[in-house]
Design a protein around this ligand. Structure first.
Ligand SMILES: NC(=O)c1ccc[n+]([C@@H]2O[C@H](COP(=O)([O-])OP(=O)(O)OC[C@H]3O[C@@H](n4cnc5c(N)ncnc54)[C@H](OP(=O)(O)O)[C@@H]3O)[C@@H](O)[C@H]2O)c1
Length: 472
């Protein structure tokens, strides 16, 4: 049987059908949909819930690029209704129906896909649950909702035979979920490591480039709108932990276990740590790391020294980047805008297009993260057992024998020293700073040695510790 090819232009609503492949050779291939012979076209209807930064941009990009979007989806995509509490000047809704009650949109029988862009885990959760119960597919950018309630949401969606898509929830515009699900589908993922919070990366970059201190840069990040009035989610690693568990669930086919991620923020990083690291050939980045070790998985978010020669060490400002190491492909790097109105809208619309393709082909829905039957009992490694190299900084009395006391304690704990540096004391001072980079060691052994070092009479204050990853 010969399948006709079909193209659709959203603006002209014209359908062109051809049985001659060569007649179409001047067209872009992704404009075509292989069709099963029935040329009744499905029009896919969207209910857009939330018209803030991402919601308005999603609407604007859908209008601006409607031809490209519809032709890639192979069907017409229409925003049928919007749920918004008030008028938003950021987009011109034209004649699209607006409801002040978001649940009217969710209950609208004509709508195929609910796009949840209100954020938070209360009303948004109700919206998503009710959309699923109503048999609608869902697109969301809500990392907190997926990270904290995704397991139940996915189970409900699977039962109802609908799709939950959340590309925009991790790393904004970077198509990282697609890369993990599709591009790297052949690989056993060994580890992934990412700069997945732009605010944190902006702060560390400014500290490194301009020698500014943490509090000063944080204030600027808030003024620029990069950081919220309450910046805890960004600087303490909570936002990164949300995104990390989502990536790990896809990489290792495991349930989302947000509350088990080891999380350490960047507020402890001082400019002098960045300077010492630089002298030793490292940059400091706030990384989310998920690593397979034997049968268990490590999930951790913390500041990390990375060799300066790694590409990811040089991703600066608000940009995000993720390295994924697959057994077949080796390390691959994905870099781009991790947030922002249009980059995030780009990811939201990519999900809409994916689902629209499914609907118009009448194929089975798929949920990105539902491989977890296989390994739901896969244990998470305790942070005490995790092995990394360490950067240690300690204030010592500038007198003979102190350095050898430190190295003896490290060596007795089986920890070797990769690099060591002692600064000269300031004029008239008797204290000097010593920086040590160790080999890879389990955290529990490192902490034992650090506790002993802190009891030495010639040591002042605590030992400052930052993990080091080679990412090779
Ligand atoms: N902004 C980014 O760069 C970015 C990047 C990646 C992911 N995300 C995610 O995208 C989602 C949306 O973020 P955003 O930055 O667009 O937030 P936002 O600007 O605060 O927009 C949220 C919108 O939802 C509306 N809303 C809240 N509750 C509602 C309700 N009950 N009924 C109707 N409307 C309601 C708000 O209305 P009011 O205007 O009346 O308050 C607001 O307009 C979040 O989950 C966020 O984590 C954002």
């Amino acid at each position: 049987m010969l399948f006709p090819l079909l193209t659709l232009s959203a603006s002209t609503r014209k359908v062109a059908v051809s049985r001659d492949f060569t007649a179409l050779s001047g067209f872009f291939v992704s404009s075509f949909l292989y069709f099963n012979g029935d040329i009744s076209l499905k029009s896919v209807k969207i209910g857009l819930c939330g018209l803030g930064t991402v919601g308005s941009s999603t609407f604007n990009v859908m209008v601006r690029n409607s031809d490209e979007i519809s032709s890639r989806a192979g069907c017409q995509i229409t925003v049928a209704q919007v749920g918004a509490r008030r008028d938003h000047p950021a987009c011109d809704l034209r004649d699209v129906a607006v409801s002040r009650d978001i649940f009217e949109v969710v209950d609208n029988a004509d709508i195929d896909i609910i796009v949840e862009l209100i954020g938070g885990t209360t009303v948004a959760k109700e919206v998503v649950e009710r959309a699923i119960a109503n048999g609608k597919h869902v697109v969301t950018a809500n990392k907190a909702l997926i990270a904290e309630f995704g397991n139940d949401i996915f189970a409900a969606a699977q039962k109802q035979g609908v799709t939950i898509a959340y590309e925009a929830a991790v790393a904004g515009g970077i198509p990282i979920i697609k890369a993990l699900r599709e591009g790297l589908a052949a690989n056993r993922i060994e580890w992934l490591a990412g700069i997945i919070n732009g605010t944190g990366n902006f702060i560390l970059t400014e500290m490194a480039d301009k020698g500014r201190d943490f509090v000063d840069v944080l204030k600027e990040a808030q003024a620029l709108g990069y950081a919220e009035a309450d910046p805890t989610f960004d600087i303490e690693g909570i936002d990164a932990a949300h995104k990390l568990v989502i990536l790990a669930s896809l990489a290792f086919a495991m349930p989302l276990q947000y509350n088990k991620v080891f999380t350490e923020g960047i507020s402890c990083i001082e400019t002098k740590d960045i300077d010492y690291a630089k002298k030793l050939g490292y940059h400091i980045k706030h990384l989310g790391i998920a690593r397979r070790v034997g049968e268990s998985i490590e999930l951790r978010v913390h500041p990390t020294l990375i060799p300066e020669k790694r590409l990811i060490a040089n991703v600066n400002g608000v940009m995000n980047a993720i390295v994924i190491k697959g057994d077949a492909v080796g390390p691959t790097l994905y870099c781009g805008a991790g947030a922002g109105a249009e980059p995030t809208a780009s990811a939201v619309i990519a999900d809409i297009v994916d689902i629209a393709r499914q609907i118009s082909r009448d194929s089975q829905p798929s949920i990105p993260s539902l491989g977890f039957n296989e390994v739901s009992d896969k244990p998470l490694r305790s942070i005490a057992d995790v092995q990394t190299a360490y950067y240690l900084r300690v204030l010592v009395e500038d007198k003979p024998g102190v350095l050898s006391q430190i190295t003896t304690i490290l060596s007795e704990a089986g920890i070797s020293v990769e690099a060591m540096q002692q600064s000269e004391p300031e004029e008239g001072e008797v204290l000097a700073e010593v920086v040590v980079v160790t080999n890879r060691v389990q955290q529990q052994h490192l902490l034992g040695a650090v506790n002993r070092i802190e009891t030495l009479a010639s040591i002042h204050g605590n030992v400052h510790k930052i993990r080091v990853e080679s990412l090779g």
